[in-house]
Ligand binder design. Sequence first.
Ligand code: ADP
Ligand code: MG
Length: 153
Amino acid sequence: DDTRKLFLPDEAATLALGDALAHALAPGMTVFLEGDLGAGKTTLTRGILRALGYPGRVKSPTYTLVEPYTVSNLYLYHFDLYRFQDPLEWEDAGFREYFNPDSICLIEWAEKAQGLLPSPDWVIGLAPEGLGRRARIAAATPLGTECLARLVL
Ligand code: ADP
Ligand code: MG
């Protein structure tokens, strides 16, 4: 199937999902993280990075738009495009080069850069439900489907 859904009762569950996703991700993937402010997009990114061996702080790059990480011989770029406005800035900043076969790009607020981004391999949605979150992971490319099949929840 191309969609997986699960309930995340607390922050630890979001981090655990990040761990599972880290084991299924492949270089070259683009992942959109959808959900309102506070939904858990950055928490999920932290879970992925921790699982890949990054011990430090992970904060949303709201002002810098992107935070680069090099972990486990991978290039991982965490975008937060909430404040992104100027399409010219996209080329000037060289963001296009971040999307390549050796890198993984996780993107919050992808809709702010519509038309500039490659189509996502996965779209991950997070939404409040009770005291926790409802998570939905949808594969949108053949690579995404292949990797989603490897996801062990
Ligand atoms: P976003 O990046 O989507 O704006 P953050 O990850 O920065 O959201 O913040 C999410 C907030 O929700 C954090 O305070 C985090 O502790 C909390 N949180 C994350 N996952 C869950 C969950 N499954 N249940 C309850 N709270 C959660
Ligand atoms: Mg965030």
